[in-house]
Design a protein around this ligand. Sequence first.
Ligand code: ADP
Ligand code: GLC
Length: 490
Amino acid sequence: MRVLMVAAEAVPFAKTGGLADVTGVLPRFLTEQGHDVRVVMPRYYGVSRDDLVALPQPLGVPMGRLGTQWAGVLEGRLPRTDVPVYFIDHERYFGRASLYTDPVDGHGYADNGERFVFLSRAAIELTRALDWRPDVFHVNDWHTAAIPVLLNTVYGDEAVGSAATLLTIHNMDYQGTFAPGLMEVLGVGWEHFTPSGLEFNGQVNLLKGGLYHATLINAVSHGYAHEIQTPAFGHGLDGVLRDRAADLSGVLNGIDYREWNPAADPYIAAQYGAGEMAGKFACKRALQATMGLPQRDVPIVGMVSRLVHQKGIDVVAAALPRLLELDLQLVVLGTGEAWAHDYLPKVAARHPERFACRIGYDNALAHRIEAGADLFLMPSRFEPCGLNQLYSLVYGTPPIVHAVGGLDDTVENYDADADTGTGFKTWTLDAPALFNTVAWAVRTWHDTPEAFARIVQRGMAQRFSWEDAAHDYGLLYQRAVLQRTGRDLS
Ligand code: ADP
Ligand code: GLC
């Protein structure tokens, strides 16, 4: 099948979170299963033009009342694959260092609606310019959710308009909500500005439009696919998802073992594996040295996260005073909300023996924390899939999680009597519950080291394979094409 993967970010070119891990890696596995996959994303300022080849013609992109905007298209490859990546090169929209937010005020760029409508429309126009007709547009999150809407409306009478679409939900919290004027840029007509179309509380909601117009929808775990149909997790769109329940499923993300494998990780102090754990202790000592923590035999609880409400960082902050009374060391790496940038380092400065905090984005340090920590903290309020807990399982660093979404699906709660489980779960998320769960994990580490080692081994034996996920996506593509066109490609 011909599949066009369209996304706002993809590793290794641009990444703010797990979305990029998925869109940059899944195409490789789809290709291995015989699909013809290509990727479209913006050329942000940070993507070097050096190894890219410009297509001979610029791309004209109709932008409603803004008229036709012109973009360059630069072609590259996903590393170590033949998967073409087309970068949409438009200085005014994408020639910026930060992907979505203005570094000056921390808010989303005022023209984000325009920018990503442009990306969406450019992707469709590109398939026409290349004369390459995808069977499926695989779109991701609100940034590219306009594609199903456009195919069903302005492209409805054209060949490309019959392509099937799969909308993957990586996060319901970001919906792409903009002033109604965006309708005139989208160019689909005001008759689509309705509650069963793009309108939501008087605004244009691109994700909502995509959810109504996509052939099929999936979320990045089974748990999240169910949760988002409820008011607690639907961020206002649970009704839309219930309407579309018959076309909504879950596909769990995998791990890119080329990047995340303690037996071959170039970033960490010493390699190790399930049968040979000595290296992990070396990683712990190295992490303590790097973070300026005393090299004591206490469990290190690590955290690598966007420091935002979704990830429960406010709950961690509320629990901090009591957490730091436990016999542990806490290591936090992340960027996010301004208060956290200010508050967490201040607390760390008051507890240099117990708490080290790095505000920033640092991939090498993320690897070193996964490897050097004894426990990994991920108390997300909601978690569509979550990749860090998967990495921590594989790195022998049992996760402490809030039992939601992908965290609930992938971590099995420790049961001392049955001697089962891969991590420590809480079903309530507040400071006392978080404290109790961390205290339980820390106690298990101190008091029953053999039982703890078996938790570690059970986690390391898990596989989260992209092969399986790619297989499931292949089936969804087939189903989408069948539903859209009646063509049976199975
Ligand atoms: P989300 O996409 O919601 O942020 P995920 O767990 O799916 O959560 O993915 C987060 C990804 O981003 C992981 O690959 C993680 O290692 C990485 N990451 C997040 N924050 C940082 C940081 N400050 N430094 C390095 N890597 C980070
Ligand atoms: C989003 C979610 C995260 C998921 C990632 C990749 O960023 O917050 O849970 O793992 O997308 O699908």
